[in-house]
Design a protein around this ligand. Structure first.
Ligand code: FAD
Length: 738
């Protein structure tokens, strides 16, 4: 008999996907600790490996080669990934504040969010591009490289200044020179406040790089302490100046501001003070590593090397803390090897007094860097956690015998606490709402429309899942041209320790209530229970004043408009097995989190009579329903049908939703011209959609204006085909033109 897995009883939150946290995740993927749920919150879904950044700038590595995609890594670790920026922490209340989510509670938190560029004491007007955070630097660099290349090719000169004479600045100057120097009249200047390049390295290393800069014609401005930057002009404290087209900022880093504000113990510069166990000196449920941390008596330069070294000790200590075991001491090495690249495939090694240079050093560095990255890019299948939890966690385990029926309802206290926190609003048509046996609505003479929808969670983020499930449930009402009035929730929360269930219930319902409030809909009641998986849905009641838009309302000659791109089914299916890129999932989530309310208004205002929302049967399945009801046929222009980034590539790679095969049975009713049912761009037409777009028929005379209004309102809408009279001689009522 397979032992039942231990349900989670403690919440570990990792803030930032820095060099230590990727190792914590890898460790969790190899040996998941039972009873612990992990959530990673990071501003960017892709963590850059800084050691390979100069190689990327110089063109030796692609974006994917130098980045770790946190989504699949978190997936392999059995962790939830939340894409957001942390803006504050309450270490006494054990909650984290985020920019676009409600607060997150934690039992233990670890902060490895790096540092920010060091601008203090410098007056900045415009025109500086900081290299950190790297995720924000790269889009700037791509734009600057493209414009510089075209200016150099047309004979203009380009001057790039780099501020900072440490390893980062030196490598960046050489990489920029390597990639743009051969095209035309490029000037590169490096400004450093120090007397020499690479202060902190041995003299042979310094001399080598100073000679290298001289031989490449890269100017070095020594003792240049920048006081002011305005529109590309750098001014020093001694009134010297440098005029450049672009200024890259690669100086020492500063602490982000929120840890200091939070009441955590920080050093004079604002870096989080941690002891030899990497634990905050003021709060023992807080850990921190990497650039944002300052280990009290082990002062070291801010460098990725230390964050990497801290990773295994951090992973150990986080688990030991959660399990109530003794912690392990961490000691940073005092001397460490630096491998500094020189633009081309040559590098220099520096360690203490040792110096070596050559192509072999670059190959050595390349081998080390690629080996490091492979650990996070080639992921193991997740190992199952052991069924028993550590003794310290056993008291919080839910009873192993759980009741079904009404006994599976969530506790009244938990529900009351969550409802009290939710910012619910009233609706004038709801006379009696939450709290009574049933909701009481006023009819007000309008027609009533009712609909129900519910599904299990398909993303890690409970707040966003709450939002998406709510949009999905409201869509049926919008598709009829009605206005939702009241919603009854049907919510199931995965069985865990009571506190974790309450956390999840709050986040789910907070997402739901935020969407309901945005649409002016009252939460009038609901039913909640515990279960094997989290799910959420709503029975929604709406009012309709005019004639409804219906599936059978399509007319001969109508132009078919679709308000959202397709592909959520294949993307979510691939995400569940760690095969989708986080950036594609983020785009799909944004698309699902867009309400169809405005689209329905626009479509209706342009005279549509036939409309539906595209959901589980896919575009063709729902269009088929409309055509059968209206006894008409349709011609679709396959190349005009929008799809989400990454969806077609996933079909090509063999991924598909479990509903795909069923949905593709509609291909038997289609005639294909210039395309075939095996092509990804055709298969996506049968892809099941979550919170999908509206599909509507608009009279040909008004279709262009309707499409323009949809695009202006921010929908990725398209005109995808036309409705025809049905030719009964002809079997196929759906023609797909490639
Ligand atoms: C050009 C250049 C080259 C370098 N080369 C090297 C080198 O060869 N070797 C070396 O050892 N060091 C190098 N460094 C230094 C190195 O970049 C840093 O020391 C290292 O990145 C610090 O790692 P970290 O783990 O502390 O955080 P980071 O790697 O900076 O990771 C921070 C993480 O936190 C997330 N994050 C940040 N703020 C928030 C927030 N508020 N909320 C949520 N998430 C957040 C980010 O999205 C990211 O996932 C280089 C630096 C530069 C600029």
């Amino acid at each position: 008999m397979t032992p039942t897995l231990a349900p989670p009883v403690r919440e570990l939150v990792l803030i930032g996907g820095g060099h230590s946290h990727v190792q914590v995740l890898k460790r969790l993927a190899m040996a998941p600790p039972p009873g612990i749920r992990t959530t990673v919150i990071a501003r960017e879904s892709h963590t850059p490996y800084s050691g390979m950044l100069p190689g990327h700038i110089a063109g030796h590595y692609t974006f994917d080669q130098i980045h770790i995609d946190l989504g699949p890594l978190a997936q392999a670790a059995g962790a939830r990934f939340i894409a957001d920026e942390v803006s504050g922490l309450d270490p006494d209340g054990q909650t984290i504040q985020l920019l676009d989510h409600p607060d997150f509670r934690y039992d233990v938190v670890s902060i490895n969010c790096g540092a920010t560029p060091g601008f203090s004491g410098v007056e900045i007007d415009t025109g500086v591009v900081p290299v950190k955070p790297i995720g924000r630097f790269l889009p700037h660099w791509n734009a600057i490289r493209t414009s510089s290349e075209s200016r150099l090719r047309s004979g203009e000169s380009v001057h790039i200044a780099i501020v900072g004479g440490g390893a980062g600045g030196v490598e960046l100057a050489l990489a920029v020179h390597f990639v743009l120097g051969g095209i035309g009249d490029l000037r590169v200047t490096l400004a450093t406040a120090s007397e020499r390049l690479l202060a902190g390295h041995n003299q042979r290393v310094q001399t080598h790089f100073e000679q290298l800069f001289a031989s490449r014609g890269i100017r070095v401005e020594r003792n240049f302490d920048v006081r002011r930057v305005a529109g590309g002009r750098l001014e020093s404290t001694t009134d010297e100046s440098i005029d450049a087209d672009e200024v890259f900022w690669v100086t020492g880093v500063e602490a982000p501001e929120w840890p200091r504000r939070s009441g955590l113990a920080v050093n004079e510069q604002g870096f989080i003070l941690v002891d030899d166990f990497l634990r905050s000196t003021s709060h023992d449920t807080v850990f921190s590593t990497g650039d944002v941390a300052g280990v009290t008596d082990q002062l070291r330069p801010k460098s990725g090397v230390f964050a990497v070294r801290q990773g295994p000790a951090l992973a150990d200590n986080l688990i030991r803390t959660l399990e109530g075991r003794r912690l392990r001491r961490f000691r940073a090495q005092t001397r460490f090897l630096s491998l500094i690249s020189e633009g081309g495939r040559v590098a220099t090694a520096s360690r203490g007094d040792w110096f070596a240079t050559g192509a072999w050093v670059w190959r050595w560095k390349d081998w080390i860097d690629r080996r490091f990255m492979r650990r996070f890019q080639e992921l193991p299948d997740m190992v199952t956690a052991a069924p028993t939890v550590a003794p310290a966690l056993q008291d919080d385990l839910p009873d192993s015998m759980r009741c079904g029926g009404c006994g599976s309802k969530l506790g009244a206290d938990m529900l009351t606490r969550v409802l009290r926190k939710l910012p619910t609003t009233a609706h004038p048509d709801v006379d009696v709402g939450i709290g009574d046996d049933a909701a009481l609505l006023k009819g007000n003479g309008s027609q009533i429309v009712i609909s129900v929808d519910s599904f299990r969670s398909m993303i890690d983020d409970p707040y966003l899942f709450g939002r998406i499930a709510t949009h999905h449930s409201l869509n049926d009402i919008f598709a009829m041209g009605a206005q939702p009035v009241a919603a009854l929730a049907i919510v199931t929360v995965q069985l865990m320790a009571e506190q974790l269930m309450e956390d999840d219930l709050y986040l789910l319902m907070r997402g739901a209530v935020d969407v309901l409030n945005e649409q002016g809909v009252a939460l009038a009641g609901g039913h909640s229970s515990e279960g094997a998986e989290t799910s959420l849905g709503f029975a929604v009641t709406g009012s309709l004043v005019d004639k409804p838009m219906t599936k059978g309302g399509l007319r001969d000659g109508d132009v078919l408009l679709l308000t959202k791109p397709l592909g959520t089914g294949v993307l979510l299916a691939a995400n569940m097995v760690g095969k989708a890129r986080s950036q594609c999932i983020a785009a799909a989530v944004n698309c699902m989190d867009q309400s169809n309310a405005k689209a329905a208004q626009i479509i209706r205002a342009h005279g549509a009579a036939g409309c539906t929302d595209v959901t589980g049967f896919g575009l063709l399945g729902h269009l088929g329903e409309m055509l059968r009801a209206a006894k008409l046929s349709a011609r679709l222009d396959v190349s005009a049908i929008p799809h989400l980034q990454g969806a077609l590539e996933l079909f090509d790679a063999g991924e598909a939703s479990s509903l795909q095969a069923n949905n593709e049975q509609i291909f038997a009713d289609c005639r294909f011209e210039g395309c075939s049912p095996t092509e990804s761009r055709v298969r996506v037409l049968a892809d099941p959609q979550t919170a999908g777009g509206l599909l509507a028929g608009v009279d040909a005379a008004g279709a262009d204006a309707c499409l323009r209004a949809l695009l202006d309102a921010g929908f990725s809408a398209a005109a995808i085909g036309k409705i025809d009279v049905r030719d009964d001689q002809h079997q196929a009522y759906l023609q797909l033109l490639g």
